[in-house]
Every structure is written in structure tokens, then in C-alpha cells.
Design a protein around this ligand. Sequence first.
Ligand code: SAT
Ligand code: MN
Length: 589
Amino acid sequence: MSEVLPANQALRAWVQAVADHTQPKRIHYCTGSEAERAAIERELVAAGTLLALDPKVHPGSFLARSDPSDVARTEHLTFISTEHAVDAGPNNNWMSEADANKRVWPLFAGAMKGRTLYVVPYVMGPAGSGFSRVGVEITDSPYVVLNMRIMTRMGKVALDQLGNSDTFVRGLHSLGDLSPDRRFIVHFPQRREIWSIGSGYGGNALLSKKCHALRIASVQAREEGWLAEHMLILGLTSAEGRTHYVAAAFPSACGKTNLAMLVPSLPGWKVDTVGDDICWMQPGADGRLWAVNPEYGMFGVAPGTSLKTNPNAMHSLSHDVIFTNVALREGQRAWWEGMSKLDDHEVLQDWRGAAWRPGSTTTAAHPNSRFTVALRQCPSTTDTYELSTGVPISAIIFGGRRSKLAPLVYEARSWRHGVYVGATMVSETTAAATGAVGVPRNDPMAMLPFCGYNMGDYFGHWLNLEKKLTRAPKIFHVNWFRTGDDGRFLWPGFGDNVRVLKWILERVDGTATAQDAAIGLVPQRDAIDVRGLDLSSDQLFQLLAVDGGAWLQEAGRALEFLGRFGQRLPAALLDEHASLVKRLHDSLH
Ligand code: SAT
Ligand code: MN
């Protein structure tokens, strides 16, 4: 790998300062070239860090196994460092700058001894777009470099966009000793800097993703009047040829990737995948909200992905993929729960590399195992995600994983009510973060782990944005996960979710009817297109039912949650809350 030193003085000075402290064996400035990728892959295969998969079944693809204690984001080890704790808010762990210097910075001392320090410049957003921002990650993990090369526009393109500017997000990452006892992910929003040590996994280590594109960017977005959101973006074209773009927020591992690339079950409908995880939005001169996907690839959850549930994802995975913590079938083939049937007597290697047999009490793939793949490999992308103007958003969708209570879909009455709906979102926890799974928790706008500042201020920022939007998107809430009395999902989900999107777009166009319920506008039963679906009218009734008494309890819980933001909570949300409670009471009498 030949060394190319960038001209940017600020970058070189920062790299030197980090190298003085971390003492790497050598420094490599990444260009993003094919030769560079191939060289790093060869090195990792030789070291046993990457396993080359069957070149016929998985051309150009590898399996990585992470340390068994390092398989998901660790929210309790993730900090925001601001001068005053109240600016980080009750939604973040706060660490003073002095503490960060005392507890975290010393962990980097000599941490890169014997290792290569990689400098990874990247652009978030289409190169040259007004939405785009440059970041640089310094890392001692070549696995991170390979992932960053897929997830972002990485290397020369970023240095070109940066030029001589000293304005870039600085991300410092070291694997350290991978011990959870010495693991920290600390953000300094004011100086746009991130320190991450002790983890090589996902959102802890690929600093462009949650750390930059959400935690740091959310702070920058508030200062500059835009939004950095945990949302997919998709274009949906109806059978009649009308296209709308929607942005949708769901917590991690709740089906964002599946929805982003759904194959519509309704004839003639088409999906254009723009993004599957992160969305940056700005009010345009035309009073609409415009969005780009700052990323270039997907870091998707593998388990549950199959030709049936998500054919576009499966086709995306036909080559040049990094799989992390999936299982291995004989012949170096990737496998995970829900992917395909296994032979009865087959023996696999589980995600740790141990022998595993079908019927075992453990899972073969880790529940949070992932695939990293370029967006361009997805059959449902066009060149829309490269548009430097972004796409105009017609509808914003909030969604949670709720086995009870929340109906399949409802529409907020106004922007302000929509912000209340987003702010009071609840979802059951998943394997994407360490901790118990299946526990309901408040997750406003699916941003609880990702908002880099006090969420009370964040709600205020959302409310304020309305002033700049003469053609604001309509706001909706969906729930694909409601179960019946037998505990089974009532709604088929996946490709049939287009039926809900259809109602949403018809609401945007003013052609679908809705029923005024206390919680918002709910579709009339015949307003959802269920033709060809095996769904009884009783199931549909249960899916759309609003139980006023249960919602009153829910409202109590919401108020308790909002109360945590104290003085920082905008009064408008309390007004919305009071109106909701009044409507619920009225509906019960
Ligand atoms: O680990 S990541 O944060 O990249 C994925 C997720 O939790 O959404
Ligand atoms: Mn995510």
C-alpha cells in the first residue's frame, strides 16, 4: 500500500497528536481504492480475523466473528460530554470533560502499539451536496476500515471534499483490549469529536453511523435548522404512477431494513430504496422537507432475513458482503435463523465457531448478527440516493414494536400532534443493544440512544421546524407487531406493509377516508386495501381497535416519561397531552 499524505494541515496535525499518544507501529491514510481493500482483506484472512466464504456461493465475501462480549451497542457505556449535564439531558449518560480526560484519554495511551493506525476520511451524504458533511475516523481496526469503505463514501472523495478546511468530525477509535471494563464511547458535540475504545462492533466502532450521523449531527442540525434522524427513506410509486417519498423511524432491529426495500404485494406498486437507517432532512426553499441518506451501505440484521421476508436484501447479499457473527454451514456458507431449512443431521459452526446442531437450545447466528453491504447492490435502489438535492418527504412515519395497544396505523392531527406522537413512542427492546429483550421502553422518534442533546430541546426543535414548512409532511404511527389473543402476529407484515403505506399516501393525496378516534385518525375498516389477503374481518377489527381505557393508562405513562425533561419540555407537548386525555375521557363516556 503506497502512502499518500493529504495536504490538509489540520488533519495531519490531529493524526500526529493521536499517534504521539497511541503509538502505532505505522500510519496509513486510506484512499478507498480496490487495491487497498484487497490488501487489508488478505492481511485479515492471514491473521484469521476474517474467514473467506465459498467464492461460488459468496463471491468477495467474508465472515467476521467479534469477541463474544462485544456483539451489540453498549448504551450504558456511551456518554455525551458537555459543559453542563442538563444539556446532555436525562436521555444521555453525561461525562464531564475533566472526567473524560482522566478516565478515558489514558486508555488510549500506547493502545495502538504494534498496530497500524488507519486514517479513514469519509463523506456523509452525496459528494458535493449541501447536505453532506465530512468526517475522519482514526482506527486501529482493519475490520472497521473495510466496513467504513462499504458504509460511507470513503477515501479520496472525502479528502477532495474537505480540501484545506479544518471543519470535520474527528472520530478516534481503538479496540483497546476489548474489555467491557475499559470500554467507553464518548461524544463531544461542541467540538464535533468522538472517542471510542474497547469495542470493535457496529455502532460502537463504525463512528460514521450512530456517533457522527446521529449523535453529533443531531446537535449540529439543531444549531443549523435541520434534522438528523434514525429513519429509513423510501420512494413509493403507486400503480397509477404517482411517487411519494416517506421517512420512517423505528428502533434498532424493528424491521427498518425490511420496510426500506419491501417488495409490494399490491400489483403495479414500486419501491425505491433511498436509505435504511439514517436520514438527514432540511426545509427547502419550497417549504417542503428534503431528505438524504448520509450513508452508502447497510449494516442490516441477518436473522429473519430470507427470500420470503426480504428478497431484495437476499439479492443484495449475493457478493461482496462482510457478515458479522452469523453461523457457518459446511462449505463456508453463511447461515442464520430464518434464512433457509437445514438438513436434519447437519452440523454448523455457531457464531462463536463452536459445533452446533439443529434443535440446539442456543441460536446458531447471534440474534444481532449483521451483514455489511453497499446500497448499490440492492435491486430496489435506483440512483435516487445519489441525488445531491435529496428527495421531498410527503409523510413521516413513527413505528414501534408493540404486541398490544397501538393500532396498525393512525394519522396525527397536525404537525404538533405528530411531534407528541413521536415523543411518546414506546417499543419493546431488541437484541441490537445489550440488556433484556422484549421490555417496553419509551423511545422518542426511535432516537433515545442517538439524540446527542437534551431531548426536551430536541422536541422543541421539531416543533419549531414547522415554521419553515409551508408544506409539512403528514405524520403517522404504525405498528406491524400487534398480536391476537393467541399471541400470534395479527398482521402479515413485510410486502403487505405496502397496504398501509398505500393508505398513508392516499391520506397525503386527500383521497382516503379516516375515522376520528381519540388518539388520531384511524382508517375506516374498508379504507385499507386487503384484497387477496388472508385476513378475517375480526383480525382487521383487532388491528385497528383503540382501547380507550388502555390508552388512558398509556397516556399516564407518557406523561411520566415527558416529565423527566422538566423545564426543558416544551409546553406545547403538555397541551397536546391534555387534549389527548380529554378526547380519551370523552370517548369513554
Ligand atoms: O450497531 S448499530 O448501532 O450500528 C446498529 C443498530 O443498533 O441500529
Ligand atoms: Mn439503526
